[in-house]
Design a protein around this ligand. Structure first.
Ligand SMILES: [Zn+2]
Length: 306
């Protein structure tokens, strides 16, 4: 009987220092069956042959794949998973007490202020009620932020809280504008504060949570502080990002898996953030927000509404 190499080939061993292996989140560990590394594509037909292939990467969502074809199958399944159940319209923000009423009830404004701010908003056809109250009625921005916090049951924080250099590797830069989201700081190794200007976006928070494998706490930041922090953060060092233009689901999967094959990350994940698919690839393993933007590389792909 022919004897196979008795030394199990760990796909990690070549490229991964022990410390980094430990820092890796549980779910990102490569899938292995028995002694031998096994391809994470459930339909893989390569069998034992893949042991002859000397590749330890790429790793996609914790699983090693033996060939470009197998990577593509796995990315395809992930794209399908992320796009499943997408609704044409998301109405998340119903049934909230209107901000003006809430402030009136708290006696933070009077009926005259509310009426004038509503009229100004209506006649100009733009702006949020809160900013009209601040601009025209002299209501303090902190008070409006506090009211928004009550409205959304969400904590309000202020600018000194922001750790922008360290936070720039949390998200692709374009998400700051697309979602009005600002990564503020890590509270512990497992908790990230994500700032929003006028209302927290639970869908975006969940997407970041899944991608970085940390708990995300959405918080509100008062208007002018948010804008200042936002524009300062744009000059921080963000991870390299590639924007993909594709039209069909099959094309998305093919294009993304091609990038994974090219970059050969030690871990990569796919998450949908509203109308974007976000692929993140780790060049070096890290848990939570990467310490350095060069450790990761992002691909963002706009997807149309169903
Ligand atoms: Zn395979």
């Amino acid at each position: 009987m022919p004897v196979l190499d008795s030394q199990p080939q760990d796909p990690n061993s070549a490229s991964r220092p022990a410390a980094a292996r430990e820092a890796m989140p549980e779910q990102a560990q490569p899938v292995r069956g028995g002694f031998f590394p096994s391809c994470s594509n459930p339909e893989c037909a390569t069998g034992w042959m893949h042991l002859l292939r000397s590749r330890s990467v790429p790793i996609f969502e914790g699983g090693w794949s033996c060939s470009a074809g197998c990577t593509e199958r796995r990315v395809e399944a992930a794209v399908r998973r992320e796009l499943e159940g997408r609704s044409p319209e998301t109405r998340l923000y119903q049934h909230r007490i209107p901000l003006g009423l809430l402030m009136l009830e708290q006696r933070w404004i009077d009926a005259g202020q509310l009426r004038r701010a509503l009229e100004a908003q209506r006649s100009s056809g733009e702006g949020r009620l809160g900013s009209w109250l601040v601009r025209q009625e002299g209501v303090s921005e902190q008070l409006v932020a506090r009211a928004l916090g009550l409205q959304w049951s969400c904590p309000v924080v202020s600018l000194p809280f922001h750790d922008r250099e360290a936070m720039a590797s949390a998200l692709p830069r374009l998400f700051l504008d697309a979602f009005g989201a600002l990564p503020l700081r890590m509270a512990t190794r497992r908790l990230l504060y994500l700032g929003f200007e006028d209302r927290p976006d639970p869908v975006v928070a969940l997407g970041v949570e899944r991608m970085l494998d940390v708990r995300v706490e959405p918080v509100l930041v008062p208007d002018s502080e948010f804008r200042a922090a936002h524009s300062q953060m744009l000059s921080a060092p963000f991870p390299r990002v590639e924007l993909l233009e594709v039209s069909s689901e099959a094309q998305v999967a093919r294009a993304l898996s091609r990038v994974v094959e090219k970059v050969k990350p030690v871990e990569s994940r796919l998450v949908r953030m509203r109308d974007f698919l976000w692929l993140r690839m780790w060049r070096r393993l890290s848990a939570g927000v990467p310490a350095d933007a060069a450790q990761v590389e992002d691909v963002v792909c706009a997807i149309g509404r169903p």
